[in-house]
Design a protein around this ligand. Structure first.
Ligand SMILES: [Zn+2]
Length: 149
């Protein structure tokens, strides 16, 4: 069985990686907990565990992906090399993993600084926590990064 959108669980050492995977559309849970709880949750929800911990990566009965790199760019490349980019995935909120939905400029206008409303045209809002994203902030860096991959 292969999921169109990989379901992942990042352990405590991979918080930054988890945030970026969400923006790329991976369904990514982030957990700061002991190995037993992480393993239980991953099994219950069918998630692949991303970890830098060899012990956790070798746990039996668990799908894991050992992340070797220290820096974010290489870590992302490691994940993408194994799992591929999610197809047709909505980007997810860096903060809470909720799905981002496109919202019209008129709606976004009341939530963002005036200069942003004047200069930006593409806005997304998190369906879970309500955080607003626009192209000038996170997206630019990400698109730049993706072009390099
Ligand atoms: Zn959110």
């Amino acid at each position: 069985m292969s999921d169109a959108i990989p379901r992942l669980l990042a352990d405590a050492m991979l918080g930054k990686l988890a945030r970026w995977l969400r923006i790329l559309g991976y369904d990514t849970l982030y957990m700061q907990d002991d190995d037993v709880r992480i393993a239980q949750r991953a099994r219950a929800e069918g998630r692949i565990v991303l970890t830098r911990d060899h012990g956790l990566a070798q746990r039996r009965g668990l799908r894991t992906l050992l992340i070797n790199a220290q820096d974010l760019d290489t870590q992302l490349a490691e994940v993408i090399a194994v799992l591929g980019r999610p197809v047709d995935a909505a980007p997810r909120c860096m903060v809470c993993n909720g799905k981002l939905r496109r919202i019209p400029v008129e709606v976004a206008r009341s939530f963002v600084p005036a200069y942003v409303a004047q200069t930006q045209t593409l806005f997304h809002r998190c369906a879970e926590c309500g955080k607003i994203y626009w192209q000038g902030t996170h997206w630019q860096g990400i698109e730049g990064y993706l072009n390099e991959v």
